[in-house]
Design a protein around this ligand. Sequence first.
Ligand SMILES: [Zn+2]
Length: 519
Amino acid sequence: MAENDADQPQQPEPPKQRTCGTMPVHERLLRTNPAYLRARIASENYHHEFMQRGSIGGRTGVTTIPVVVHVVFNTAVQNISDAQIHSQIDVLNRDYRLKNADTSSVPAPYKPLAIDARIEFVLANTDPHGNPTNGITRTQTAEAAFTDDDKVKSAASGGADPWPANKYLNLWVCQLGGGLLGYAQFPGGPAATDGVVILHTGFGTTGTAAAPFNLGRTATHEVGHWLNLRHIWGDDGNGCNGSDFVDDTPNQAGPNFGTPAFPHVTCNNGPNGDMFMNYMDYVDDAAMFMFTAGQIVRMQACLDGDRSSIGTTVATLPAVDQPTLKFGDDNAPTLKFRDDQPSPTLKFRDDNAPTLKFRDDQPPPTLKFRDDNAPTLKFRDDQPTIKFRDDVPPPTIKFRDDAPPTQPQLDQQPKSPISDGPGFPPGGGGDPGFRGRRAVPFILSTPHHSMAWTRTFPQSAAAAAASYEQQILEYEQLLSDYVEADAAGQLLPEERQQAEAIHEEYLALYDEYWQQFGA
Ligand SMILES: [Zn+2]
């Protein structure tokens, strides 16, 4: 114990378990600020759009964000050192560039998802008036402790005013009460309160930083919120229906605490279980060490949208290769298109009635097809169902009106047995090989509900390509049989119609295969 304890106000015990105030702040703003609600919906739509257009227009290099740290202290010990602040900036720069040593602890199944977020942080060297600065402000306060009520963000309420939020990441460090480690404001909120607040004992790796939150991960987590990331369990208590709006994080029930053992299975997310080692869970600093590719897309969408005015981007890295097509969680299969794949074709056939559902806990999704390809959304026969929840606004399905879907590029197609063969005279009979056969069901689906087709998982991509090739071969065989029957004058009129329909499907299938794997 320090000698001067008697002279100091009682210091609260450092928290033993992570608690983040971001969601209460979010809910408060939703209740009290209609503009915030609209901004949040726009932000979610932008994220969807960003994914749909394959991050085109996004920042392809490394973005450097100027940071101002406002130290708001009541006691001398809370007036943390420059060294403690620098230690925190160092952690952010390791974690957001995948340079953290403990990335080696990511479990093998999740390793392919842990990639570089391409974001760096630097203490501002110029203040809002253009003067040189070390990026640190220090303000003494009469407040013994702050809460998540934003008072620390205003000089009028005992805190420190922010620097312009469109140019700086404002990071307040202070005493927080109630076991709170920190809180952030999602993009789209008032500029006057935009930024991140962190308890001084959960800040940096030295000075007052106290275990188990002395590795700087509270800031990594809260800055994640500031860049639009949600808690990985979806903020639905301990249920399995919440979403973090990111496709490559497993569905999980509730937050994990402490240092869990891998795997921890919830919501039927075995065998790998919760991704509790993600920065957006509630585990101790030493147990969290990764963002996923999908989370990084979401943060980059934020930098391209809500926070487009902040930071500078330098260097050029290859665009991050993103997953393309994913099937979601067990009980609520979700079909999502992502990023850089042009021309998705979604076809259902015949004998089952697939359901395309949009999740009810999100703002209306926007389903967009790129304009320069040949999107096809086809339903056949048995009345498949597209369901929209009636308690949310309907989603938007958009096709560009100035660029109708184009025909497949015929010079990229194989020679067609029908188009090159003789015509189909009426009449005929006999028993050619195609009778009694039917084309293989043309369903873009997988029985494995959590399987992903991605370019980052080459095995899955290869399996998907092989499946296409098998279907193409079967179509070609079937069409050859029709041509043979036609040449023998054995084709009935309805069979000829059938052949033409199958040929169209064949061309569409080949086009889709070409789009996915032919480049
Ligand atoms: Zn949080």
